[in-house]
Write a protein that binds this ligand. Sequence first.
Ligand code: ZN
Length: 327
Amino acid sequence: MHDYKLMPKVELHLHLDGSVRLETVAELLNREIVDVEKDMVASDKCLDLNDYLTKFAIAGKVMQTKENLRRIAYELAFDLKKDGVIYAEIRFAPLKHILGGLNASEVVESVLEGLFQVDIKTNLILCMMRGDNEKQNMEVIDLACSFIGRGVVAIDLAGAEAIYKTYDYKNLFEYAKKLQVPFTIHAGEADGEDSIKSAIAFGAKRLGHGVNAIFYPKLLEEIKEQDILLEICPTSNIQTNVVKTLSEHPVRALYDTGISISISTDNRTVSNISLTEEYEQLEQILAFNYDDFVKMNIAAIKHAFLNDKDKALLLREYESLLNNINN
Ligand SMILES: [Zn+2]
């Protein structure tokens, strides 16, 4: 097996509040790590996505001050670098972090300050939440717009997909398009055809998960034709019961259709996994090889929320790092 830790990697789908170190939460709440682990790490098999989402509450508690947000972002950037990630788009919902009196801009600034302390390229995607009202979600779009060019690159729609239908958020994506704020959408994870169709109709160039597209050949064609990238997070899909086991995961079939995909962890702590480990499992169980992962990372760079110049720079850096480890 290749040493995937050394391989330069790009991660496009990663939640900040699902990737807070257990030690940090334990220290900040003055609790034992084993107790925090029970509340924060999802079991190998949750009931469904809604069950999995309950694991985020405890991190949310400690992510309410500038100092803690800075620290948590810094630690994640550090962990990413250690995992061999050279570029990451980290997402979180800023309005979840204003309960301690910060305003949403201060929340974003604090996270950016933490990220900037580590020598790794990162950008933020701000999440609107299913279940929040339109006014709140519009605020997230305005916030993203005000930070574009300063560390925020896009917005997302996250949360309970099976309960709150994607189609109901049409106005928000119209508004985002008007403001020229790029977006990805969690779609085709806990819901199926209608959700993916809506996301594509809104103009999403990337889908969070999108794995349920495998059941709809017409959608697969559309995804391929429009070169929409699927942000696939295999371990998370198994925990949320979207897929039974890794050997049954459609990532292999999706990849074989020629659709652009990239691999992410979704949540490093809640899913208790690194990107290196995701690659290792995919190699062992689904026979992906080194060249496949290179191809996926190049697709990820192509679909990153970066301008053409920055994409070209990142691609050059990626290729030269790859050459270095192979020589
Ligand atoms: Zn996600």
